[in-house]
Write a protein that binds this ligand. Structure first.
Ligand code: SF4
Length: 479
C-alpha cells in the first residue's frame, strides 16, 4: 500500500523556530547579504541615522533596513508593503533583521532618504568584485534600454499627442452634431429627446476636455523639452527599437564587462537618445574598473564625434559603427567613404581619381569643418553618380582622424558587435524580467535611480553567487 509524507498537526505544540540560526543553512545567500552590509561603513557611505539619537523614540539602524532592501530586491520583493509582510512571516528575513518588523512607511522612507548612499553601496559591491578578481578584463559593452515609469502613456503630453487628441475630439464633436441634426429632422419621441440630451452632454464634456488640453498645452510649452507627464513629472515619452512601440519611462544606461557580464556602472536618465551618453558611461566604467586603458563597444545609437573624441582623450578606445545618415548614399550616389583622404597633402581623392584640395574652413555648431572640392566635376563622366549640384563638396571635421581610427578598429574586429549584443542582452533581459511589467515602483528621477541601484546590486549579487557560490563570496567579504 502507498504512503504519503505527512505534515505536522496544526495544533501540535512546537518550539518554532527553536533557534533562528538553525533555519538558515551555511550557504544560504541571506548570509551574504548580512555579511556584505555588516562590512560596510554606512556613515562614510552617507546613510542617515547611523548614530542613535539621544532623544525621541529609538529608530531602526540603517543596516537593518538596508539588509531588508537588499534581500527584497534579491528575492523580487521590492515593495515596502510586501517587505513589511515578509518581515513578519519569512524566517530568512527574521534571521537577517533580528526579527525587527518595521512598517512599510519606515521602510519606504529609508529608501527615499538614502538614495545617493544606496548608489554608493551598489558601487561598493562592484569594487568587491574587482577585489575578488572578477573584473580583470578591460572591455565593456555600453548600452541603454527604456524602462517603463509609473506614468501611463495617456498621462504624458507632447505637442503631437495634444494635436492628435484635439483632432479626435473635433471628429467626435462633428459626429455628435450631425446626429443632432438628424434628430432635429425626426418626429419627436421621448427616446429621441433622451438621446438629444445625451448627445448635448457628450458635446459639453468634449468642450471641457478641449479646455483641459489648452491648460496642459500652456504647461507643456513652459517645460524645457516641451513635454509633461502628470503622474511622474520626470518620466518622458521615448521611442523604443520596436516600431511604433514608444513608452513613457526612463533610459537606463549600463556598462557591462564582457567576461562575467557584471554591470560595472549604470545611470538612469530621462533623455530618450543615447547620443550624449558614451563618454560619461565609459569614464564611470573606467573608474569602477580602476584601469588605465578601457575598450568600450557600443551600438550606432551612441555615435557622436564629440563623445568619441572625449573618450579617446580619456584613454578609452571605443568601437562602434557609424550610422548610415548619408543622403547621397541613400539616393544611390557615392558616399563620403568612397572618397580617400591623403593626410600628407591634406586632399581627398574622388572615385574618378580627381584631387579635391582644401578650400575653406567653417565653424558650425561649435565644430570646425574643412571643405574640399574640385573644379573638374562639371566635365566628369561619373557626375550623375556623385552629385546633383554644381560640384561635389566633402566636409572633414578637424578631429576626423579619431573617427577614422574607430572605423579601422571596427573593421579589424568584426565580432565586436556580436560581443556587445550578447553582453548587454543578459543584464537587461534579467533586470526587466525581475522588475515585471511596470518596471519602476517609484516616481521622479532621484527615486527611480535609487530603485535601479538596488536592482543592479541584486543583479550583480546574483551573478557572483552563480559564478562563485555563496561560501566563496562570504569568505571574500572583509569582516
Ligand atoms: S563629380 Fe567631381 S567629385 Fe564626383 S567623381 Fe566626378 S570629379 Fe570626382
Amino acid at each position: 500500500m502507498g504512503r504519503f509524507v505527512v505534515g505536522a498537526e496544526r495544533d501540535q505544540t512546537t518550539l518554532f523556530p527553536p533557534c533562528l540560526e538553525d533555519w538558515i543553512a551555511e550557504d544560504n545567500p541571506v548570509r551574504v547579504v548580512d555579511a556584505f552590509v555588516d562590512a560596510l561603513d554606512l556613515g562614510a557611505l552617507g546613510f542617515a541615522g547611523v548614530d542613535a539619537a539621544r532623544t525621541g523614540r529609538p529608530g531602526y539602524h540603517p543596516a537593518a533596513l538596508l539588509k531588508l532592501y537588499v534581500y527584497g530586491y534579491l528575492n523580487r520583493v521590492p515593495s515596502s508593503r510586501r517587505l513589511e509582510r515578509e518581515a513578519g512571516r519569512n524566517v530568512e528575513v527574521m534571521w537577517l533583521t533580528g526579527q525587527l518588523s518595521p512598517d512599510h512607511k519606515t521602510i519606504a522612507e529609508f529608501r527615499r532618504q538614502n538614495g545617493p548612499a544606496i548608489g554608493r553601496v551598489c558601487a561598493r559591491f562592484v569594487a568587491l568584485c574587482r577585489e575578488m578578481g572578477l573584473l580583470t578584463g578591460t572591455r565593456v559593452a555600453i548600452d541603454g534600454s527604456k524602462f517603463k515609469a509609473v506614468n501611463n502613456r495617456d498621462r504624458n503630453f507632447t505637442q503631437g499627442k495634444l494635436d492628435r487628441r484635439r483632432q479626435q475630439i473635433e471628429e467626435s464633436v462633428s459626429r455628435y452634431l450631425s446626429q443632432l441634426d438628424t434628430a432635429d429632422r425626426q418626429d419627436p419621441t421621448p427616446e429621441l429627446a433622451a438621446k438629444v440630451v445625451r448627445l448635448k452632454e457628450k458635446i459639453a464634456r468634449l468642450g471641457q476636455e478641449m479646455e483641459r488640453l489648452a491648460g496642459l498645452e500652456e504647461q507643456m510649452k513652459a517645460a524645457p523639452d516641451r513635454q509633461i507627464s502628470l503622474t511622474d513629472p520626470d518620466a518622458r515619452s521615448m521611442a523604443t527599437s520596436g516600431r511604433g512601440s514608444g513608452l513613457v519611462g526612463y533610459n537606463v544606461q549600463v556598462a557591462v564587462e564582457t567576461e562575467h557580464h557584471l554591470i560595472v556602472s549604470h545611470a538612469v536618465t530621462n533623455a530618450g537618445s543615447d547620443r550624449a551618453q558614451l563618454s560619461g558611461m565609459a569614464a564611470r566604467a573606467k573608474q569602477a574598473l580602476e584601469t588605465d586603458t578601457l575598450d568600450a563597444v557600443a551600438d550606432r545609437g551612441y555615435y557622436s564625434g564629440e563623445q568619441i573624441l572625449a573618450c579617446e582623450r580619456a584613454g578609452i578606445s571605443v568601437t562602434l559603427p557609424r550610422p548610415m545618415t548619408s543622403g547621397a548614399k541613400a539616393a544611390g550616389r557615392f558616399g563620403k567613404e568612397d572618397f580617400l583622404y591623403r593626410p600628407p597633402q591634406n586632399v581627398y581623392l574622388c572615385p574618378a581619381g580627381e584631387t579635391l584640395p582644401h578650400r575653406c574652413t567653417t565653424v558650425e555648431n561649435g565644430l570646425t569643418l574643412h571643405r574640399y572640392w574640385t573644379n573638374a566635376c562639371s566635365a566628369c563622366p561619373m557626375k550623375a553618380a556623385c552629385t546633383t549640384g554644381k560640384e561635389r563638396r566633402v566636409t572633414r571635421w578637424e578631429h576626423e582622424d579619431v573617427l577614422e581610427t574607430v572605423q579601422r578598429r571596427l573593421d579589424a574586429d568584426p565580432l565586436a558587435m556580436r560581443v556587445r549584443r550578447e553582453t548587454v542582452e543578459h543584464p537587461f533581459g534579467t533586470l526587466k524580467a525581475r522588475m515585471g511589467a511596470t518596471h519602476f515602483l517609484t516616481k521622479t528621477l532621484p527615486r527611480v535611480s535609487t530603485e535601479m541601484a538596488l536592482q543592479v546590486l541584486a543583479y550583480n549579487l546574483t551573478r557572483v553567487l552563480n559564478i562563485l557560490g555563496s561560501r566563496k563570496l562570504l569568505a571574500a567579504i572583509p569582516t
